[in-house]
Design a protein around this ligand. Structure first.
Ligand code: AHG
Ligand code: MN
Ligand code: MN
Length: 335
């Protein structure tokens, strides 16, 4: 270890969240409780991921989820772990998971000041069985105080991404990394497995403004919009200065690399998924919030993702996310 690393203060995620809240004297501590619940859940999930081959969580359950996708055993383990870690305190009123048809109501929407937590418990399912990085993504919304109780849970869940009060993700990679924002920059932690705690390593992560790397499933090229095809053709020319391609197939991992190294991730409309494949509430909004807080951008190839009004729990969206200048360049090709 370098001297700098040896002398840097050691700050855990719980300490960090509390410190952040001190800047807001009216803060109740609710958000820090939710974030530490998520930190606990993801530590449990990572322990399953780390011994996936020996504790019977590999493989599929042979059934499909509400989105028509094959459910993996680890999807369910992760889903239940998050529900169990957050349902205990009544400040979380509603939980919505990519894996469930309906929101889980923990507390009646009649109670004011409650939160909705939305999550993709296990992102990158197709990579579980092959030991490639996967992750968890989460988003936190406050209850709307302008809707009557009779309207039920849905209006509290179907809010545009600009209303998020916190969001983040965890990557179960060669190490376990957690990033979160509450609208005051992006903070990144690494799990120290020897002590079981997430330790701060970057306060105020900035996404590089440019990066010569694009990330897209180019197998669908023929059905991409013309602007995206033109951009990808340009990126291969000498004039562009030469771009590289990286595509893991776990959004959370592709995003994490883009956040740290710069570049752009694209999941455009395709013939198979004309409205895009990625989920607005569990994937695009939380990562969009993180991207913007780190100085990057997130678009749906038309406008800002965070301004999209979700029309259903499992709404999908095209997604263009990454370094600000690279996103702008793709948008120029779209025009
Ligand atoms: P999930 O495993 O949560 O269903 O998400 C899978 C998503 C996302 O992680 C990834 O970017 C994308 O699917 C990959 O899709 P393609 O296989 O079509 O490239
Ligand atoms: Mn996902
Ligand atoms: Mn998932």
């Amino acid at each position: 270890m370098t001297t700098e690393a040896m002398t840097r203060p050691i700050v855990t995620i719980v300490q960090h969240i509390r410190e952040q809240q001190r800047a807001f004297p009216t803060a109740t501590g609710d958000l820090s409780w939710i974030l530490s619940g998520i930190a606990l859940a993801t530590r449990i999930i990572q322990s399953y991921v780390r011994c996936a081959g020996i504790v019977d969580v590999l493989g599929s359950l042979g059934k499909e989820n509400v989105q028509g996708e094959l459910v993996q055993k680890l999807d369910i383990v992760a889903n239940e772990t998050i529900l169990r870690c957050l349902a205990y305190r009544d400040i979380v009123g509603i939980m919505v998971s990519e894996e469930d048809d309906e929101p889980t109501i923990v507390k009646s929407p009649a109670e004011p000041g409650k939160y909705t937590v939305l999550f993709d418990p296990l992102d990158g399912s197709s990579n579980i069985d092959v030991n490639v990085s996967i992750g968890t993504i989460f988003s936190v919304l406050r209850y709307r105080d302008d809707v009557p109780e009779s309207e039920g849970a849905l209006p509290h869940c179907l809010q545009p991404g600009v209303q998020q009060v916190a969001a983040g993700y965890v990557v179960y990679g060669s190490s376990t990394v957690l990033a979160y924002t509450t609208g005051n920059g992006v903070h990144m932690f690494t799990l120290d497995p020897s002590i079981g705690a997430y330790v701060l390593h970057t306060d105020g992560v900035r996404m590089p403004d440019t990066g010569k790397m694009y990330s897209v499933n180019e197998a669908y090229l023929d059905s991409f919009p013309q602007g995206v095809r033109d951009y990808l053709a340009w990126a291969k020319t000498e004039e562009s200065g030469g771009y590289g391609l990286r595509y893991i197939g776990s959004l959370v991992s592709d995003f994490h690399r883009t956040l740290l190294k710069g570049g752009v991730f694209l999941y455009p409309p395709t013939a198979k998924n004309p409205g895009g494949k990625l989920r607005l509430l569990y994937e695009a909004n939380p990562l969009g919030f993180i991207a913007e807080q780190a100085g990057g951008a997130a678009m749906d190839f038309k406008g800002r993702v965070l301004e999209r009004q979700p029309d259903s729990l499992h709404a999908r969206t095209p997604l263009l996310i990454g370094s600000k200048s690279e996103v702008d360049r793709v948008m120029e090709f779209m025009r």
